[in-house]
Design a binder for this molecule. Structure first.
Ligand code: HT9
Ligand code: FE2
Length: 350
């Protein structure tokens, strides 16, 4: 059966002061995140009037993707739905069913594997379809596109962000290149990937993406560190945090850094708060030069990449990948990439 639509599936974010707390409650329901952490994160959002940039960035992606698809001769309507905030995936998929969509491609706004970055999007797809079936009696088939962390256009987009950030620093090419990604619990990284692969698919893909970008920008060395740790303090998460890492680099005599959020596809709130505010301020205190590189989604080649991922899935166009890992992340109607892939770990009781 041919595809008749595309769904951009993302995380979602609040767009006003009253939306912040209910959004945070949606994100953390059943996750054992302490209320003090939620209070702190609420403040980050309120600092920006309760408006996360993520929905607006995704609406722009939807518009750019519609245009790029039309120009490539594939005039598919592009829908937008989220895991945690309006427009919610449930409502969007209901609308797709009412519009008569039978089979759609899903572009999830994460390049990587792992529970939060991949499997949870499969779960979102399954949940949204169930809601649409309950409300309308039917739902389109939804086929999720693959991980793209090693797609040449993703790597090139991140690399250009690094080059532009370097230009703003006196140290230029001598600034230390530091990549960041969302921290996850160590247990979630251990179970990331299909059984038998040895786990750690999230951090391994992240290291691979960082290394590919570092080669593209001719960096002599680089680091991969983590940001935006959540969860209760007694549970170990991936470390070091970017802020602690700046101290460490300072102690080692590093005078300037370029920080590239390779783990994210857009300059959303965790990027503009945790990097542009917290990390930048900390670097300032240390007297370190600091420049934050734009994420991949700021580059027009990012949309070109989505068009290519669609051509791969629909026409069997060649898979363009710079890494050695097998193509992963694809699943229909919430079916996992592999049986037992990226098992969620037990959550502590609240
Ligand atoms: C791997 C990963 C990605 C990358 C993949 C992807 O992009 O999907 C990501 C993206 C994002 N995370 C985001 C925001 C939040 N993440 C939280 C909490 C958590 N994230 C986790 C993981 C990830 N998160 C985890 C394991 C938790 C603990 C709770 C749980 O087990 O699920 C919390 C709760 C409060 C807190 O920070 O404690 C918030 C507010 C936003 C939106 C920013 C905006 O509004 O612009 C985006 C794009
Ligand atoms: Fe998150």
């Amino acid at each position: 059966m041919p595809y008749d639509a595309v769904l951009v599936l993302s995380f979602g974010g609040p767009e006003g002061p009253d939306e912040v707390r209910p959004f945070l409650e949606n994100v953390t329901r059943g996750r054992g995140v302490p209320p003090e952490r939620l209070d702190a994160v609420e403040e980050h959002y309120q600092h920006f009037g309760g408006v996360s940039p993520i929905n607006e960035l995704n609406r722009r992606l939807v518009a750019d993707l519609s245009r790029a698809l039309r120009e490539s001769g594939r005039d598919l309507p592009v829908y937008f739905g989220n895991r945690n905030w309006h427009p919610l995936a449930e409502d969007t998929v209901e609308g797709m069913a009412r519009d008569g969509v039978r089979r759609a491609l899903v572009f999830a706004t994460s390049a990587y594997g792992g529970y939060s970055a991949c499997r949870q999007y499969h779960e979102d797809i399954a949940r949204a379809r169930e809601a649409a079936i309950a409300r309308t009696g039917s739902a389109p088939d939804l086929v999720k596109l693959r991980h793209f962390y090693d797609h040449p256009l993703f790597v090139a987009s991140v690399a250009d962000g690094v080059r532009a950030a370097r230009e703003t620093l006196d140290a230029g090419h001598d600034a230390r290149l530091v990549f960041t990604a969302h921290s996850i619990p160590e247990s979630a990284d251990r179970t990331a990937g299909p059984p038998g692969e040895g786990g750690h698919r999230y951090s391994r893909q992240m290291s691979e993406a960082a290394a590919l970008v570092a080669v593209a920008v001719d960096a002599p060395d680089h680091d991969l560190v983590w940001q935006s740790r959540s969860g209760p303090p007694q549970i170990p998460w991936l470390e070091p945090d970017i802020v602690d890492h700046l101290d460490d680099l300072h102690d080692r005599g590093v005078g300037a850094v370029v920080v590239s959020p390779v783990g994210f596809v857009s300059d959303h709130l965790e990027v503009v708060w945790d990097l542009d505010n917290e990390a930048a301020e900390h670097a300032g205190k240390l007297g370190m030069g600091f420049a934050r590189a734009a994420s991949a989604g700021s580059d027009p080649r990012f949309v070109e990449m989505v068009v290519e991922l669609i051509a791969e899935q629909v026409d069997g166009a060649p898979v363009r990948a710079l890494g050695a890992a097998p193509r992963a992340g694809v699943g229909c109607n919430g079916e996992l990439c592999h049986a037992g892939c990226c098992e969620p770990t037990k959550r502590p009781p609240r």
